[in-house]
Design a protein around this ligand. Sequence first.
Ligand code: GRG
Length: 288
Amino acid sequence: MNFKKIYDEYKSYFEIELKKSTDTFIGTEENLISAMKYSLLAGGKRFRPVLMLMVSDVLGVNRQTILPFAIALEYIHTYSLIHDDLPSMDNDDLRRGKPTNHVVYGEDMAILAGDALLNKAYEIVFRNVGSVYSINASRILSTFAGMNGMVGGQAYDIKNTSYPQTIETLQKIHENKTGKLITASVVIPSCFAGDEHFLELKEYGEKLGLLFQITDDLLDFTSSTEEMGKNVNKDFNANKLTYVTLLGEKKALEFAETTLNDALIAIKNIKNNEVLVELAKYVINRKN
Ligand code: GRG
């Protein structure tokens, strides 16, 4: 299987639909719309929507049914990156290979662009809610993105920088901050398939989210700013709590291998799972 080609096909399909969704933006303030489009269309791996579309295809869920959720998820992810880069949070000036939103549009507009993307995400979802399946999927999206998901993880991260730092703290940060949106990407398609393989996919999503974070920490340590499109070595230099600063590079790599194995075990009974197996292997081998 040429997985890279398959991934790129999903990504291209999604990017066309994402762009179409922004063509309908009409608002009161052009600058706000411009700031929203700037970050949304700045590139990125589109990992979460690609994952959601792949799981949908494995479960036989209709593309048109899942697409609004894939778009909404990327809007939410993009808003989180804009806010994460703000001076009051990570204070970063480079994202997806370009100056960060606040560097281009100012801090005020960057905050509002994030707010507007979050609201727009739910507007897209609400326009497509009808069945009980879609209501369940919407509930998962909002819960996993909010105080009991990504936002909660970010807050827990901010409040837990002091020593001694433990693996338990690190796990709690990332099962929420990074893990919940990735898990949402795989369980939302299951909602539309009558909860088929829900628990196995949830386990797969959690392990994949963890793997994504461990590799992010390893890449922060080993990769370059050019390759990543964002500043690297920042976490390492600041001695921030990461899998590399806590475990060291060798043990972090071993942990990644174990986590990959756990993700593969979780989906072993799902038919036509090959693409999901390859995706997990792609995460451990990714270069950006
Ligand atoms: C500000 C509410 C709020 C939340 C921020 C996810 C997050 C929460 C911040 C990002 C910080 C970070 C570096 C997390 C590590 C893993 C991660 C989520 C990286 C960014 O996602 P990618 O690699 O980015 O999928 P692209 O640009 O490819 O979409």
